[in-house]
Design a protein around this ligand. Sequence first.
Ligand code: CTP
Length: 371
Amino acid sequence: MLGHNPNIGYQVKQYCSEKVHMRKAHVQDRINRLVKFSPFQVVMDIMKQVEQHEPRFIPTLVQSETTGRYEGLIVHSPSEYEVILYLNQMGVFNFVDDGSIQGCAVLKLSDGRKRSMSLWVEFITASGYLSARKIRGRFHTLVAQTLEKPTFRSYCRLQPDTSDVRIRIDDQFTVQITCAFRCHGIWPRSAAHWPGGAPWPMQQAALQVKQEGFDLCSRDTSLQIVVPKGQQQNASSMEGDAFAMCMFTSESLLLIGQRRRCLSMLKCLRDSHLDVPGTPVTNYIVKTLLLGECEKHPHEYEWEDEALGDRIIGVFLQMVSCLQCRRCPHYFLPQMDLLRGRPPQQLDQAARQVWALLRRLMLNAHALETL
Ligand code: CTP
């Protein structure tokens, strides 16, 4: 078994310096092509064009001078990216997280505040909620108009069947541009139980994560709704207005050092062996299960290179279990199921694929050399 191989530390080092390094360089190159180099300057160009028509949508994608990483860019896979467009001014709204929609919250006009005090006045509903759907709708229209221009028409198209702004570029990449509000210094009520009594993360790290806060994203959440009997109509209209709570920054703060190295290896294994179109095995689910594994193995020695084989097997075993039970709770917001709405056949097929990879990892002590 991989984890019991005395050379596992060496294999992990080799895997990281070859395969993981290659994957990172490949993703970095694609990002550069997407945001920097002609004719792939697309994302920045689209956002600048949109801003000319609507100055409230200011491009916020920037490259950090110190790390060279793009702030507000999420890599879902080497061909799927998400750019977060941070919107300004939510001071006149109250954040309401009452748990009625899985993983979502609403922004309600504060008492005594007038609609006209908000920058987003025309997107506030009659009941005083800032509507995620309306903001997204406006942004979608502007991007669609931009993509009709000859400069973009030949190689960019908006993906149909979703209200999300998902752009297919050159039939190679998909980039979703998501409007969001940054909520710094507050923590959602639905995640109030976290970190519970687990010895990991350390108290100081947990405090820092809570301080970091989260993003409220305007995403198509039609699969995430919980509709209590008798409230269907109410809930479905609320659903469109609600914002999805996203905790990417908090997750990154928790996964550092060797745990981050483990995540990179898992992403590499997923991208090379499990990335079939439409798969429910996303890198986000991998990250979620890794956070669970961190709680089960709180000590630093459990994340040395020599132990990473066992950690990787642990995550994939948990993945098979989730796919078979048809449920994968979000790490911070456990009432939110990351597999919700996925067809059972798709989950069964994914479970078989993960299991096939697991068997290779468990039965072949040199698996990492060939995977
Ligand atoms: N990257 C970037 N900006 C981001 C995300 C990624 O520039 N916001 C680049 C970095 O060079 C990173 C590479 O893309 O090394 C791959 O990123 P990712 O797919 O997130 O893989 P990880 O293995 O998690 O990369 P890292 O450990 O460097 O975060």
